[in-house]
Design a protein around this ligand. Structure first.
Ligand code: NAD
Ligand code: GLY
Length: 345
């Protein structure tokens, strides 16, 4: 199965379970980490036909998604004498994909890269759409570029080694897309388990179709692309408050969706039944759905650190019924306090 990402420049395709060979008449470097390398790099290397093929291994973890690792990747590219026609291949989750994409976008003013995502989260979201970046002491993904991959290969076989929690974190992003963009898909998710291989393939395909449509309309997040951040405004505060150590990103997004849904409910955008249906679906994948807000004031203040906040206005992506969304940046502080108080411990 192939899904096209149609852009003004540099359109490309995402292939699902169609990776047979990667043939490139150039030098290639696969960027990965020790965890993924031990499990999957040999499989990938057997499929690559290139002038030269190298592997660049960086440490595993979000805490290494920084300038130091980026610089290491770039220096390895120079050591390997990669040229402007060379291609980087990201083999790993969103961390590897974001850093490899960033390195590719600035190495000798930009070279091609290919995404081979190995987490569910990266297959349904991070590997498609060209957002690249690293973290710094001011926050997550604050330094980066838009640089589209030349191709994306999503192979579900790589997901078989994924820890259960990481799988669920990816499911949270699947549910996120269904709630805001596709009622029929949400209803399908309620009836079909993603632990069944053919269902998983179908869900990945549906998410990539949604993302393809969104990114084709709005590559640079000037409008509808922001809807992909449903659950993230609350989720980012939770990640920040818990110092990125208690929850995986997808888990924080799951809680964030539930909190955003309380806000939707307060505003009359979502019914109690709809709110419960989202919660029940998240719980089916052992995702967390609630959070103890210690201080409503400080939780509220942290909204302003969000990249989507402008001129002291916080942008909320809200579910509107199931399968729709509403973007709001004029929610009264009192309303937000009322919602946050429901979560106060
Ligand atoms: P991750 O890349 O850290 O991977 C999670 C863990 O799973 C890591 O320890 C990794 O080594 C391991 N792993 C990867 N594949 C595996 C496999 N097949 N088997 C066993 N273990 C495997 O995390 P993630 O959830 O994939 O991605 C999160 C990152 O993605 C964040 O940095 C986030 O900012 C970014 N992101 C980017 C976008 C985008 O549009 N660019 C979108 C969403 C998230
Ligand atoms: N994951 C959000 C986006 O790609 O815009």
């Amino acid at each position: 199965m192939k899904i096209d990402i149609k852009l003004k420049e540099k359109s490309y395709s995402v292939f699902i379970n169609e990776l047979e060979k990667i043939k490139l008449d150039t030098k290639v470097a696969v960027v990965t980490n020790p965890t993924v390398s031990a499990l999957h790099v040999d499989t990938l290397l057997k499929l690559i036909e290139a002038r030269e093929c190298h592997v660049i291994t960086v440490p595993d973890g979000e805490k290494y998604k920084n300038f130091e690792t980026l610089n290491y990747i770039l220096e390895e590219c120079f050591e390997l004498r990669l040229d402007r026609k060379s291609v980087l291949i990201a083999l790993g989750g969103g961390v590897i994909g974001d850093m490899t994409g960033f390195a590719a976008s600035i190495y000798q003013r930009g070279i091609d890269f290919i995404q081979v995502p190995t987490t569910l989260l990266a297959q349904v979201d991070a590997s498609v759409g060209g957002k690249t970046g690293i973290n710094n002491k001011y926050g997550k993904n604050l330094v980066g570029t838009f640089w589209q991959p030349r191709r994306v290969y999503c192979e579900t076989t790589f997901l078989k080694t994924l820890p259960k929690k990481e799988f669920s974190a990816g499911v949270a992003e699947i549910i996120k897309m269904a709630v805001t963009f596709d009622k029929g898909f949400f209803e399908w998710l309620e009836k079909n388990s993603l632990h069944v291989e053919e269902n998983l393939q179908y869900a990945i395909k549906e998410c990539i179709k949604i993302k393809a449509d969104v990114v084709s309309q709005d590559e640079r997040e000037e409008g509808v692309r922001a809807v992909l951040n449903y659950g993230h405004t609350f989720g980012h505060v939770i990640e920040n408050e818990t110092k990125y150590s208690k929850y995986l990103h997808g888990e924080a997004v799951a809680i964030g969706m539930c909190m955003a849904n309380e806000l939707s409910f307060t505003l009359g955008l979502l019914s109690e039944t709809q709110l419960q249906r989202v919660k029940i679906l998240l719980e089916q994948y052992a995702l967390p759905v609630t959070y103890d807000v210690k201080s409503v004031e400080s939780f509220y203040d942290m909204f302003f650190l969000d990249k989507k906040s402008f001129n002291q206005k916080i942008k909320f992506i809200l579910a509107k019924n199931i399968g729709g969304y509403s973007i709001k940046d004029d929610i009264e502080k009192e309303v937000l306090f009322e919602v946050l108080r429901n979560f106060e411990c």
